[in-house]
Design a protein around this ligand. Structure first.
Ligand SMILES: CCCCCCCCCC/C=C\C/C=C/C(=O)SCCNC(=O)CCNC(=O)[C@H](O)C(C)(C)COP(=O)(O)OP(=O)(O)OC[C@H]1O[C@@H](n2cnc3c(N)ncnc32)[C@H](O)[C@@H]1OP(=O)(O)O
Ligand SMILES: Cc1cc2nc3c(=O)[nH]c(=O)nc-3n(C[C@H](O)[C@H](O)[C@H](O)COP(=O)(O)OP(=O)(O)OC[C@H]3O[C@@H](n4cnc5c(N)ncnc54)[C@H](O)[C@@H]3O)c2cc1C
Length: 627
């Protein structure tokens, strides 16, 4: 039935003010208004249509992405959108594109690592999109090990230039988004060589393509690296390969905030830490954490709405069958994911604050909180992306067979999301960084350097004092256990930031109570999942474990009547969700049925290839037919 809200009875059950929760989710009344307006603008504009993506060939998909990016830019200019509104527009257009890396990495890298003069020269061009940038760090042979990069930048004092060169096949830049076909410029990372001495990896602004006809500049071999996981999905992005053959760039195109090369060929290090070369990664990891709650909430919204629509078994006296959301097993898989979506939202908000704080301090030459900010961004990036990728796949399974259809939106969401576990730091590699930070802290316990901020709790964990002498030995040997410790530390951060959120004033009828229920689910689900660890370390007794389990079941019952309203609070349009199973009105079956007929395979009743392959088979002519 068109126009009928099939989920109205669910919405009527809710016990809290959904509009107030929408503001909590958005972060502020202003953020809600902007997000709501821009999402509706995108949804109502046929220029941003995306329901045909999975049927396009790679070339068609890529060209369509270029069209959309240009159309989005025109919309931003025509409507005089602010930076905040423009970012929201790109978000709701919901298509991986070169613009993500231009705005998300190229510009932040120049801001973080460029001098004032360099920023003044390059940022206006980038902001107006008169140049398009990518972030060319990873090579064919090295991604995680940034110090192992082989591209060289050799200073030539005769011409006051750097010579950028790829000496080996494995030094080819490999993966950068936007590089393959679009970017005109790159921040390329290379091993700096001055006066014959290697000075570590540095960033350089390198022009790749002509601004007149887009052809690669002399000395550049550049192209796309090929199809990636999933049809459609991340294939809208032109991840690229690039080789430099003694490419010359002016000296002032080395990003020189952290260290400088003078025209006489002197290498000078500022008093800022070398790690600032990694600053763009700090920024992007923070945005990836914020983004995790969006991707997870999207999958959870689809699975929750569909679970309320779908009925299987349990009909009494010819009455309706049971909604699958009423099964305790469905609840125990779905509601912890719902709680995680909210938990990641709040920890993402906090991380944004932490990043702003560390940036302000860095500008004032206070570097004291940089190691903590690195550990938090790296650890939370790892934890939230792993949980989100796993969560999207779980949501697909929660939708049964229909979850496997592209029209459910879940396969594409998974395919686009899952590389987040790898890019911007492979998740295990990042957890090892957190472990290193934790072990360094443990080794300093009892000294005058007291742990503060997110590691202040360590002084209260008595047995850590006993192991502090041994932590520098056997790091590699114990690394698998240390990674688990790093995850536990990050989970503690997530839970404590959720609790801190609840200590704030939260307006709206019943909103705080719902969030308390979700926070308890998040914490108790972790306790339940890792009860072996808690029991074996004597942190809880078997009685506590059983109580936690009982409490979880009771919390699931409290969520149940509010489940649909809790996902409505994400305020996603049907366009952004891109899912028949998750559509707002719950009118799933007619839409699924209709969508099937739109598949290109159904354009003819008898398929192409019938006369060549099916008929000979049926007529037993297969031995004589030429295949
Ligand atoms: C408008 C906004 C839109 C936003 C959307 C944006 C989203 C865009 C997303 C687009 C999609 C994809 C783009 C993907 C891009 C990429 O993938 S770019 C490539 C990213 N590559 C990596 O992440 C490589 C991972 N490797 C590393 O980070 C390092 O090499 C590693 C930390 C693993 C090791 O470094 P080393 O120097 O070799 O080793 P180490 O000795 O361990 O470290 C030295 C020292 O430095 C500290 N450290 C390391 N990293 C950082 C950092 N980032 N910040 C601060 N400090 C750092 C480390 O802790 C050590 O400190 P210590 O005191 O000596 O212990
Ligand atoms: C979709 C996508 C987009 C990307 N975009 C960009 C981009 O725009 N710009 C860019 O520069 N790069 C980009 N990358 C590259 C990305 O940053 C790297 O792939 C990533 O950092 C992982 O590095 P790697 O590929 O070298 O993995 P590897 O390090 O080779 O990882 C392979 C395995 O080895 C393990 N491992 C590695 N080191 C250690 C260690 N020390 N201890 C224990 N285990 C270890 C890892 O855990 C993993 O299991 C992109 C990648 C993808 C998939």
């Amino acid at each position: 039935m068109e126009g009928v809200d099939h989920l109205a009875h669910e919405r009527n059950k809710s016990e809290f003010d959904v509009d107030a929760m929408k503001i909590v989710w958005a972060g502020s009344p202003h953020a809600f208004v902007v997000s709501d307006r821009i999402s509706k603008l995108v949804a109502s504009d046929p220029g941003f249509r995306k329901d045909n993506r999975s049927t396009l060939s790679r070339k068609e998909l890529f060209k369509n992405t270029l069209r959309k990016a240009a159309y989005a830019w025109k919309t931003i200019i025509d409507l005089h959108l602010s930076e905040e509104e423009a970012a929201k527009l790109r978000f709701y257009v919901d298509e991986p594109a070169f613009t993500d890396v231009h705005w998300g990495m190229f510009i932040p890298a120049i801001k973080g690592q460029g001098t004032e003069e360099q920023q003044q020269k390059w940022l206006p061009l980038a902001y107006k999109m008169q140049i398009i940038g990518c972030y060319a760090q990873t090579e064919l042979g090295h991604g995680s090990n940034v110090q192992g990069l082989e591209t060289t930048a050799t200073f030539d004092p005769q011409t006051d230039e750097f010579i950028i060169h790829s000496p080996t096949l494995t030094s080819s830049k490999w993966w950068p988004g936007g590089l393959g076909k679009v970017a005109t410029h790159a921040i390329a990372y290379a091993l700096l060589i001055v006066g014959g001495r290697e000075q570590g990896v540095h960033g350089f602004i390198v022009q790749l393509r002509s601004l007149e006809d887009h052809s690669p500049l002399p000395g550049m071999t550049v192209g796309d690296i090929g199809m990636k996981f999933g049809n459609g999905a991340y294939n809208a992005m032109d991840n690229g390969v690039l080789r430099f053959d003694h490419v010359r760039i002016p000296r002032n195109q080395m990003l020189m905030r952290v260290s400088q090369v003078t025209c006489e060929g002197k290498y000078k290090q500022s008093d800022v830490p070398r790690q600032l070369v990694y600053g763009a990664m700090l920024y992007v990891r923070q945005t990836i954490v914020a983004d995790a709650s969006c991707a997870l909430s999207r999958a959870v919204c689809i699975a929750t709405r569909y679970s309320a629509v779908r009925r299987q078994f349990g009909s009494q006296n010819g009455g309706p069958e049971t909604q699958v959301i009423d099964y305790k097993t469905q609840q125990s898989r779905l509601f912890p994911l719902l709680a995680s979506a909210y938990a990641f939202r709040f920890v993402g908000e906090w991380l944004k604050w932490l990043y702003a704080d560390v940036t302000q301090r860095l500008q004032a030459n206070d570097f004291s909180t940089l190691p903590e900010a690195h550990a938090c961004t790296a650890g939370l990036k790892s934890l939230t992306t792993t949980a989100t990728a796993d969560g999207i796949e779980e949501c697909r399974k929660l939708c049964g067979g229909h979850g496997y259809l592209c029209s459910s939106g879940l396969p594409e969401l998974f395919a686009v999301y899952v590389p987040a576990c790898t890019y911007e730091g492979e998740n295990t590699v990042l957890l090892l960084q957190v472990a290193r930070f934790l072990m360094k802290t443990v080794s300093q316990l009892g000294s005058s350097k007291k742990p503060v901020g997110t590691i202040a709790y360590m002084t209260r964990v008595e047995h850590l004092m006993q192991c502090r002498c041994g932590v520098q030995r056997g790091f590699a040997e114990l690394s698998a256990d240390l990674v688990e410790a790093a995850v536990a530390h990050c989970q503690l951060l997530v839970v404590s930031k959720f609790i801190e959120k609840l200590q704030q004033e939260i307006p709206g009828k019943g909103v705080k109570q719902q969030l308390e229920v979700l926070c308890n689910i998040y914490a108790l689900f972790l306790l339940h999942k890792h009860q072996g660890d808690f029991l074996s370390t004597g942190c809880i007794t078997p009685k506590h474990a059983a109580l936690a389990n009982d409490e979880l079941r009771s919390l699931y019952s409290q969520v149940r009547p509010n489940a649909i309203a809790l996902v409505d609070a994400f305020n996603y349009t049907d366009h952004y969700l891109g899912s028949i199973l998750g559509c707002y009105d719950g009118n799933v079956y007619p839409k699924l049925y209709e969508a099937a007929w739109k598949d290109p395979l159904n354009e003819s009743v008898v398929p192409d290839g019938y006369h060549q392959y099916i008929r000979p088979l049926l007529k037993q002519e297969i031995r004589t037919a030429r295949l």
